[in-house]
Design a protein around this ligand. Structure first.
Ligand SMILES: Nc1ncnc2c1ncn2[C@@H]1O[C@H](COP(=O)(O)OP(=O)(O)O)[C@@H](O)[C@H]1O
Ligand SMILES: [Mg+2]
Length: 390
């Protein structure tokens, strides 16, 4: 795997042609990176982060001044319409930047919005001859992202970042954004699919699958809660991030404060509740979603309090009474929904989520269902946190 490609190591006189074979990956990268470099000079390219959707590279333009940008190969299996994804990204980032100029985040804080870079041909997307699709983004300097929440301070910063993001987009009409992932977080649709798969294939009888079937059954009516509120008009569509996980929150290496949020591929119209639910579901499960010890999974309410404290610092200004009243359901629902998706995929023969062994998706489902159960058993405490913190 390519880690570090120094241009000076290349044989002199070799032109940076786009070469398709894998062995020439360095050539591909230099060719693509040069399309975003004003004078065409690249000092260094290296792989960055452990995102599992796109391939991300840090490009250094000038070793002396340490000027960088991000080069990404977009995963077109996941994002089938990269042009729309990039349009959403530009609309959202430009809106946030104009909002930020009007109301900066206070002297003691920095907040950075990754800018979409245009290539020499003035386009935001580059196509490789092998069908690969590339983009350039400005680099948020001096930050790190983490795979897991480390403590309550980190949790509060994660919450702050999501609140800042939602606040900056709260006055962007959602119809300015395309729906690039139709059906995303529409729980009743996942339920319909589950019913179909269960009817067609049945469930192998085991205590674990029986537990899952019962778990879904007992909650299938309630699972319409957010979509019903949307239909009634009590919850409104707004721009959402779509993937507000810890590893997309950039933390300033010196101050420990959140300084930006990246991975804007999934920005689209939706309910902010999907993002809040997903952030809490992933952040408040200290065992992580890949644990095999699903019996011991619990929802950590101290982390939950810290995330809400950070989130509501800004977001309390635009959230309505109805928004607040659905926050508990959002946390419970998004854990339930992910469990349902894993379980459906297990029943279907593991066609959507990659697995390491045939029961992997079953275990993942059990983890999320246990998390949802832990959320249910702490309903009063979670509602009290929202009341206290707002
Ligand atoms: N504009 C940026 N500035 C700084 N770091 C970034 C930027 N964009 C991405 N990264 C880093 O690269 C990692 C992977 O990028 P991301 O866009 O999240 O890809 P994926 O969709 O694969 O998760 C991020 O977690 C972050 O650490
Ligand atoms: Mg990411």
């Amino acid at each position: 795997m390519l880690k570090n490609a120094i241009e000076s190591r290349k044989p002199s006189g070799l032109r940076s042609l786009f070469l398709v074979s894998r062995g020439d990956q360095v050539e591909d990268l230099f060719y693509m990176a040069k399309q975003f470099a004003a004078d065409g000079r690249i000092a260094d390219i290296r792989e960055l982060g452990n995102g599992n959707i796109n391939d991300t590279f840090l490009v250094t333009l000038d070793a002396r001044t340490e000027k960088h940008f991000i080069l990404q190969r977009i995963n077109t299996r996941v994002f089938v319409n990269p042009e729309l994804v990039m349009r959403n990204m530009r609309v959202a980032t430009e809106h946030m930047r104009s909002r930020l100029e009007l109301r900066p985040p206070g002297k003691s804080r920095r907040w950075e919005i990754p800018a979409v870079l245009l290539a020499h041909d003035r386009r935001a997307i580059l196509h490789g001859p092998d069908g690969s699709v590339w983009r350039g983004l400005s680099f948020i300097e001096g930050c790190r992202s983490f795979d897991m929440i480390s403590d309550e301070r980190h949790a509060e910063e994660v919450g702050y970042a999501l609140g800042m993001f939602h606040t900056l987009l709260s006055d962007l009409p959602p119809d300015k954004l395309a729906d690039t992932l139709e059906g995303f977080h529409i729980t009743p649709r996942y339920l319909l699919r589950y019913d179909e798969v269960l009817a067609q294939r049945g469930a192998p009888g085991s205590p674990e699958t029986d537990y899952c079937v019962r778990f879904v059954n007992e909650r299938s009516r309630w699972a319409h809660v957010l979509e019903d509120a949307k239909k009634k008009g009590s919850l409104l569509l707004r721009p959402i991030h779509g993937d507000p996980k810890v590893d997309n929150i950039m933390i300033d290496a010196v101050t420990g404060q959140a300084a930006g949020i990246v991975d804007l591929d999934t920005v689209k119209p939706g309910l902010v509740h999907y993002d809040i639910g997903d952030c809490l579901r992933s952040g408040c499960n200290p065992s992580g979603e890949e644990t095999m010890k699903w019996e011991g999974v619990v929802f950590d309410t101290d982390i939950c309090r810290a995330i809400f404290r950070g989130y509501l610092a800004d977001a309390r200004r635009f959230l309505t009474e109805d928004d607040f009243s659905c926050l508990y359901d959002a946390v419970r629902l998004i854990a339930f929904e992910l469990g349902l998706r894993f379980f459906t995929d297990f029943l279907e023969g593991n066609i959507y989520f990659k697995v390491k062994q045939p029961e992997h998706n079953l275990v993942r489902a059990l983890v999320q269902f246990r998390l949802a159960e832990s959320i249910e058993s702490q309903e009063a405490a979670i509602r009290a946190i929202v009341r206290d913190v707002r």
